[in-house]
Design a protein around this ligand. Structure first.
Ligand code: PLP
Length: 404
């Protein structure tokens, strides 16, 4: 081991992260994901926490009926898929899952990836190449940004959720291309449906209008929208009661509480991705039991729309409780409630203090959010009780007022 060489790659970055309070380390959870968990505290003891930090918004990860269904799928299908989807990995549960996703999302077809990250990266880089234009919201998720980088398309970033700025950017991009000798570009608009660190929503009706008027393809990432938005959790289009985007990406790892990502849309799109998306082609298929679990969990969401309603009611109750306690938050349209603190060190201290008091809300810092925008990112579950939420709101308010 050549320590000097390793230092030259890693030491400065680690020291800088420590110095500016952005050093990351993992917390150990000793119980399954649910609204109440046990974690290992810095002194080695176990402590119970109200979990206000999970993406498992409907709290499906630890339901007996769903765990048993997954265990049964393991017994039937084994532990792994054994091959890529295009070689030997494509098993009945993968196909059933894709058929069910298409039905659930009201689309002609769906294709699954091993993660939502891989779905975004593989879709954008397959659709776009270096002569194309991509218009991207400034707060889009890292997996969208990485997909854009991989595509080598020219990226134009528009101000967060600012539709006038999007139109301005499209016009400027078109003008610059018209003045060059290059061929007319293909154009893609891409946005999160629910912004993961702010919890606000993309304006789908306006995006559809602009995409149509400017001949752009529209792609939305419903990672935090599936199972959350709309009366039955079908996502952003159901929330607005409008048409779907051309390309809908989603994940099976958040409200669906399994693992994987998907793209839903016309069959021509999913056939294209099967042929051209490198993160679909060059990887082993997800374990069939995981595909079966994702499908069972989605069926459960379909059969239990009241769970989606419970989540919405909890978000409303929690935001109102925080507001009553004097915390500056807006009513969130999703399951994510950001409590912006600003200073990185202060956000870390408040989060640590909350943890000591049995409330788990991580501080989110640069580079996940902009510098000076550090926040507590609370996310709610359908199963939090009113008592848990009121207790949490009071303790959070107290800690924010005290600055720690
Ligand atoms: C908006 C968004 N898109 C995509 C992803 C990636 O999904 P996955 O965790 O399934 O890789 C995430 C979070 O992880 C996300 O927040």
């Amino acid at each position: 081991m050549n320590e000097r060489i390793l230092d030259s790659f890693t030491k400065d970055a680690l020291e800088a992260a420590r110095a500016n309070n952005t050093y990351r380390s993992m917390r150990l959870m000793e119980t399954p994901e649910s609204s109440c968990v046990k974690i290992r505290m810095p002194d080695g003891a176990s402590q119970e926490q109200i979990l206000l930090a999970s993406n498992s918004y409907l709290d499906l990860a630890n339901i007996d009926e769903l765990k048993q269904a997954m265990a049964q799928a393991v017994l039937e299908w084994g532990t792994g898929s054994g091959g890529a989807r295009l070689t030997t990995g494509n098993k009945t549960p993968h196909q059933e899952l894709e058929e069910f996703i298409a039905k659930f999302k009201g689309e002609e077809s769906a294709i699954t990836f091993n993660t939502g990250y891989m779905a975004n990266v593989g879709t954008i880089s397959a659709l776009c190449g270096k002569n194309d234009f991509i218009f991207s919201d400034e707060l889009n998720h890292a997996s969208i940004i990485d997909g854009i980088r991989l595509s080598r398309a020219k990226c134009f970033v528009y101000k967060h959720n600012d539709m006038a700025d999007l139109q301005r950017v499209i016009q400027e991009a078109e003008k610059s291309r018209a003045e060059s000798a290059l061929p007319a570009p293909r154009k893609l608009i891409v946005t999160d449906a629910v912004f993961s660190m702010d919890g606000d929503l993309a304006n789908l009706p306006e995006l559809l209008r602009i995409a149509k008027e400017t001949d752009c393809l529209l792609m939305i990432d419903e990672a935090h929208a599936t199972g959350v938005l709309g009366k039955t959790g079908r996502g952003l289009a159901e929330h607005y009661g409008c048409a779907h985007a051309d390309v809908t990406v989603g994940t099976l790892s958040k409200a669906v509480a399994a693992e994987g990502g998907f793209v839903a849309g016309p069959k021509q799109l999913t056939e294209f991705l099967k042929n051209k998306s490198r993160s679909f082609i060059f990887t082993t298929a997800m374990a069939p039991a995981v595909a079966a679990a994702a499908c069972n969990n989605l069926r459960y969401i379909d059969a239990h729309p009241e769970r989606v309603q419970n989540l919405r009611d909890n978000v409303k109750f929690f935001c109102e409780a925080l507001q009553r306690e004097g915390v500056n938050v807006e009513q969130s349209p999703s399951a994510i409630v950001p409590i912006v603190i600003g200073d990185e060190a202060k956000a870390m201290q408040i989060s640590a203090k909350l943890q000591e008091q049995g409330i788990l809300i991580p501080a989110i810092r640069y580079p996940t959010v902009a510098k000076g925008q550090a926040r507590l990112r609370a996310s709610l579950m359908a199963t939090h009780t009113r008592e848990q939420l009121q207790t949490a709101a009071s303790i959070i308010a107290q800690s924010v007022k005290e600055g720690a």
